[in-house]
Design a protein around this ligand. Structure first.
Ligand SMILES: [Zn+2]
Length: 352
């Protein structure tokens, strides 16, 4: 294929590697891109980075056309679908909902991850001052939370234009991390250095009480998660309080719903589902039983599992006294009612 170049192959390998690390990428989250001539090759919406070597997950987008649409304020820029080179897109894939973020980065290779260590800082309202210390050696920017897609890419472009040199490390408030470089090798090296600089201590949790959980799940639509590590959100009192405050980042809202369901003392899974139904809410994907463990709804797929694990990983790395920014009701709503996200979820189900 015309996209094949040694650099492209290296990016696929990097994509598969980072996509297999749950501390960096969960499910269909995160994306990578490379600019070759006038083409931006970007991960397709709903595909998983971990499959990058074995499956066709990259879509060719005309970079000049997309950048012109962005400059003109053309709404087609949001999905970038109108600028796909369909002749080189035999699988009919759609570009990632974060394509414009990649387009506005000046560098050739762009890597975007939902790194849990970064998120544990990016959800704090004092993130700027923490990053000033930890990222002093980097050319970086913190962008306060914006809905992924056009609003976010516009904010990045505007903030980057004010810097003397294009920044190559962008921390996305309540979201994740973008690094960029001229080669895949340099992008990987930068990613590793930034992740090391942002590494957070994490609270260990004791094991879940699975017997008690199975009793709480009796005659309900709930089951134990596949990964025992998911229980840490509920078992540790601090983790549970942090999760209980609301939604902390977009993919949580998309795959687990708004906020977290926490069972009251003596409430079973059925009791919680009933309480939700009384409030005209669909049954929660995940229920946290404080001090006991967590249960997932039978409908939970690999993405739900991955996001339950992500919540355990993020909350365990968030300091007990951290001043946190939770997504507002309006920010939750705009994620839940976003057509591009609905497409990603549908694609995601086909990929698992
Ligand atoms: Zn993202």
């Amino acid at each position: 294929m015309s996209n094949v170049s040694p650099e492209f192959d290296k990016l696929l390998k990097l994509s598969a590697d980072i996509g297999s690390d749950p501390l960096l990428v969960q499910a269909a989250g995160g994306n990578t891109s490379i600019k070759q001539d006038d083409t931006l090759w970007i991960k397709a919406s709903g595909t998983w980075l971990m499959n990058a070597v074995d499956t066709d997950i990259m879509v060719p987008v005309s970079l000049p056309a997309l950048l012109t649409a962005l400059d003109d304020g053309n709404d087609h820029a949001e999905r970038a679908q109108a600028f796909v080179d369909q002749a080189r897109n035999p699988a009919g894939l759609r570009p990632s909902i974060e394509t414009t973020v990649h387009a506005v980065m000046a560098q050739r290779v762009v890597v975007h991850v939902h790194c849990v260590n970064t998120i544990a800082i990016a959800i704090r309202n004092d993130a700027q001052s923490i990053l000033e210390q930890k990222l002093a050696a980097f050319n970086w920017l913190l962008i306060p939370y914006m809905r992924p897609g056009l609003p976010l890419s516009r904010a990045i472009a505007k903030a980057a234009a004010d810097k003397p040199a294009p920044p190559d490390v962008i921390v996305l408030g309540n979201h994740g991390l973008v690094v960029a470089a001229e080669t895949t090798e340099l992008a990987l090296e930068l990613l590793q250095r930034v992740c090391r600089a942002l590494e957070q201590p994490f609270r260990k949790s004791r094991n879940a009480d699975t017997d008690a959980l199975l009793t709480l799940a009796e005659h309900s639509d709930y089951q134990l998660p596949a990964s025992a590590a998911c229980h840490a959100t509920a078992i540790n009192e601090i983790n549970c309080r942090i999760a209980g405050g609301g939604s902390l980042y977009p993919d949580h809202v998309i795959f687990l719903g708004m906020g977290s369901a926490i069972a009251a003392t003596d409430e079973s899974a059925n009791d919680v589902a009933r309480r939700y139904a009384q409030n005209a809410l669909s049954p929660p994907k995940q229920i946290l039983f404080p001090g006991v463990g967590t249960l997932l709804h039978h409908s939970a797929d690999a993405s739900t599992e991955a996001m339950a694990l992500c919540l355990a990983d993020v909350t365990a790395r968030t300091a007990a006294d951290a001043p946190l920014n939770y997504l507002t009701n309006q920010q939750n709503d705009e994620l839940l009612n976003w057509d591009a996200e609905k497409y990603r979820q549908a694609m995601n189900q086909n990929n698992t």
